[in-house]
Design a protein around this ligand. Structure first.
Ligand SMILES: [Zn+2]
Length: 475
């Protein structure tokens, strides 16, 4: 395994990762609200999660990742009502866009994506449990609220004292049905607008819809119980803006209902700020992954920009930072071609490769030190180039070095986009998908299934969507 140490927001300390049942590591990451295109700041957080899960796998853990898709909330309902469509119709387009953006940035898919609207039943059950335990009450407006005052450890994660919590809640509050300003809605009574866009469900405590905080608790607990029979996550991750109130409320709901710790380790990624980057024309001052694609930014370069700053530091995104990353990515691609050309078989790794392996692990074990990990990669490139110049490596030594290099790059994934094997694979998959499409149109589903199996055998997973079939390599 590994000596991985991570900064736990709950303890305010860097501490060893201690999963409940190693080698399994369960991880929940708060995903996007699918009401518009996610911006690069959101994807910075998702990329941090991607590198974390890849490193955990590299270190020998069996990682299980859940990410939610919030497909019902105030903003979605408002936008769907304006557009005159149901929330389901409204969110389908942005859910598809999110998956496309994720694949573009080479973020490995979560094991499960939980859509909030598909977990209404467990959400209702959770509210009932909280009502039964006296931690929730029905307000005069028909909504159900969490009684924050009855949960003694409320505020532990965000370390806000009771006075600050109350002040914050009062400022944000425009609801008068609550007994206390800091209480938050678990279940919101259905309004005519909710009904119009298909965002209302029957419940024993009144027709309505879930609050955002409730969604994450119910989905995480459902997946944990269903798959592993536990109620505690090893890792819960998200952006720093979610610490309060979202994650604080998730803890109050989950622990209030189960009496067990909700997550052993809470990880939070910092913001991305824009410095010296021209803003997107279409979306005001936010830059989306769509914009990156239109500008033909190499996803590897974007990954390198993100990984060049530690996840707990604010990342200043700029055209200069991107240009430097483009150059770094180009050098890595050129180097890999050279090393692969010199390699044959695999013998004992030369000292420089052993140093890369050790340096990479040491950097990543230290709270996911990706800037140091990248530095170790570039040090290795310089040393290896010198060794190759001098003819100091046998083909077997170069082969061993290539293996170490590839294993490290499999975690960071910052090689340029034009890797030949991937292009070949993509062309092959495209041909198979075309054939499968023809078989399906002809009603030959046995043939279509056989092609799916053939793809699965090569590690390709398919996802059928209204606008076509997407594929990805199993991560
Ligand atoms: Zn969440």
């Amino acid at each position: 395994m590994t000596g991985l140490r991570l900064y736990n927001t709950l303890s305010h300390r860097v501490e060893p990762l201690a999963p409940l049942a190693p080698p399994r590591v369960t991880m929940y990451m708060c995903g996007p609200t699918v009401w518009s295109y996610a911006h690069v700041g959101n994807f910075r957080t998702f990329l941090f999660g991607d590198v974390l899960r890849r490193y955990l796998a590299h270190a020998g853990y069996d990682v299980f990742v859940v990410m939610n898709l919030t497909d019902v909330d105030d903003r979605i309902i408002k936008a769907a009502a304006t557009a005159g469509v149901s929330v389901r119709e409204f969110t389908a387009r942005f859910t598809a866009a999110f998956f496309e953006d994720r694949d573009f940035l080479r973020i490995r898919p979560a094991d499960v994506y939980t859509r909030a609207t598909e977990y209404i039943e467990p959400m209702i059950a959770l509210v009932e449990q909280l009502l039964a335990r006296g931690l929730a009450y029905r307000g005069d407006d028909g909504s159900v609220y969490y009684a924050v005052g009855s949960f003694p450890t409320y505020g532990r994660l965000s370390r806000l004292d009771a006075r600050e919590l109350k002040t914050g809640a009062r400022v944000a509050s425009d609801e008068y049905a609550k007994e206390d300003a800091q209480d938050f809605a678990l279940w919101k009574a259905a309004s005519p607008t909710d009904e119009a866009v298909g965002a209302a469900w029957e419940a024993p405590f009144g027709r309505g819809r879930p609050g955002w905080h409730l969604e994450c608790s119910a989905m995480a607990l459902t997946e944990l119980r269903r798959r592993f029979g536990v109620a505690t996550l090893d890792i819960h991750a998200g952006g720093v803006d979610l610490i309060f109130p979202h994650h604080e409320n998730e803890i109050a709901q989950s622990e209030g209902a189960t009496g067990q710790p909700f997550a052993r380790c809470w990880l939070h990624g910092e913001f991305l700020t824009m410095a010296g980057t021209k803003m997107s024309k279409r979306f005001g001052n936010t830059l989306t992954v769509r914009d990156l694609r239109e500008e033909q930014v190499d996803p590897a370069a974007f990954r390198m920009v993100v990984l060049s700053t530690h996840y707990r530091q604010q990342l200043s995104y700029s055209d200069e930072a991107l240009a430097a990353a483009v150059e770094g990515v180009r050098r890595l691609g050129e180097f890999r071609r050279r090393l692969a050309g010199a390699a044959s078989g695999a013998g004992h790794p030369p000292p420089a490769a052993a140093e890369l392996d050790g340096g990479f692990r040491a950097a990543m074990d230290n709270d996911l030190g990706t800037p140091q990990a990248l530095a170790a990669v570039f040090t290795f490139v310089r040393q290896a180039n010198r060794a190759l110049d001098a003819g100091a490596w046998t083909p077997e030594a170069a082969g061993a070095a290539l293996r170490v290099f590839d294993a490290v790059l499999d975690v960071l994934d910052v090689l340029p986009a034009d890797r030949a094997p991937d292009a070949e694979l993509a062309a092959w998959v495209a041909r198979r998908l075309e054939e499968r499409q023809i078989a399906r149109k002809a009603g030959d589903f046995a043939r279509a299934d056989a092609i799916r199996d053939e793809l699965a055998a090569r590690g390709i997973e398919l996802e059928d969507a209204p606008d076509g079939t997407r594929w990805r390599r199993r991560g």
